[in-house]
Write a protein that binds this ligand. Sequence first.
Ligand code: SF4
Length: 496
Amino acid sequence: SLETFLEYIEAAQMDEDLEIAQPQHPNSVKLMTIHQAKGLEFDIVFVPGLSRQIFPDTKVTSNPYARKSELPYHIREDSDYLPSFESVMSRFREALKERAMEEERRLGYVALTRARKKLFLSCAHWYGEERSTSAGPGEFFAELAGKEPTEEDPGCPPHPAVTLRTNSPRPDENPLRDELELRAAGWPPSDKVEPDDLFTGGWRAALVEARRDPDSIEKQVAAAGIDRPEWDASRGEVAEQLALVTTPAPPAPIDERLKSLSVSNMVQLARCPKQFYWTVVRPLPRRPSRAARLGNDIHRWIEISSIGQQKLDDPEEPPDLAPEEVGDRPGRSLPTEESLKKAFMDSRFAEKRPRYIEQPFVISLEAGYLVRGRIDAVYVEGEEWELVDYKTGMQPAEDDEIAKLQLAIYALAAERIWGLDPSKIKVTYFYLKSGNTVTTAAEDLTFTEKDLLAMFEQVEARIFDPVPTQICGSCDFLRFCDAGRAFVAAQSSEPQ
Ligand code: SF4
């Protein structure tokens, strides 16, 4: 209730370590850290503290050469993404700062994309009672609100979507120091409620009275003789903001990005629409994945082994990897690159020369929808065409129909690109980990163009319900996905 919220704010002012409350009622104010807000959205979001050294804060706290408790970077799993020390400490510190800034920017992106309708960003000039230098706007705030050019910085104009409001002058002295003295002077605190112009008996008594008699506030305003137009104007502003919360959001405009999806996106959508949502629609930062890196490296290696070089077109375009191939499952080790290469060299594909390798394609569907992808290898023998996809992940269960979606899209692409009759096409998954191949005749695949169209319609209808399965264990979003967490908990409590 409003009363408990105000009580909370009052208590929070007294005790900065107060545990963050998470009211569960949907129509309530939620206070949370940016990390806690990951995956959540609200009509109105306030992000305070966008001041220098507060947010972003690029203070380096994890220099392994300055703190013994830090794990040396070269033995860390994510060492490829960390700065390396090359004998000059000042340069290394600079690189650490840049990395800290990147992390803060990622976090800033999460904070700023939580708002559905309105986003309020604020920064104060002074923070903390002890400081003798003011904070001023931090880099993110300045980038949005605009900044004057200086000798070191060319400056920038305010972002067109931003309305800037400055609420008070910037005092040269820290005004919070007096606050400390005032608090110290008022010790021990008295229970007496400080009256103000409007609530002469204190706001708490006014609130209790207003609950008993809803007209009491109006009566107090009339009795106080305050400037009625000014009071009405500020009340109108609050009412406008409250109306935003209760007005249903207008239908979201169709996002053009979502009209063109990769094969990996399609498989992800079929596996878990919620994971697709957090990857494609409202993307959240993801952990670097060793499994995805291994998948990419092996695909490049096979490409070079098969035709003697890597294709020159868009070498950065990643291969189509399904969700089960890109997630790192805690506690499960990955196969070594050598074992996967050996599996390829021992297979029937090692001796063959593919007609096409990493063949890119775009399938255009009704209403302008596009599906794009790459077929790992295409082998042709006589009239028979075999489309092969190399898999570095686990082999799915035989009755896993979604596993066939990728191959169905490839078969459709082959029909479109080369005008092939489906009876002449077979599609193969080659599981490098086990050395198994699973081949299916294109005619036996049940996914059709209609199914692909239905998936795009699902995206436009914004139906992104979670579908928990085995992939939850390696899903980057598990931490804040209730359905996924419940599934994983149920799995781990099942007798093995
Ligand atoms: S944890 Fe599971 S249910 Fe949740 S988004 Fe990830 S894959 Fe989907």
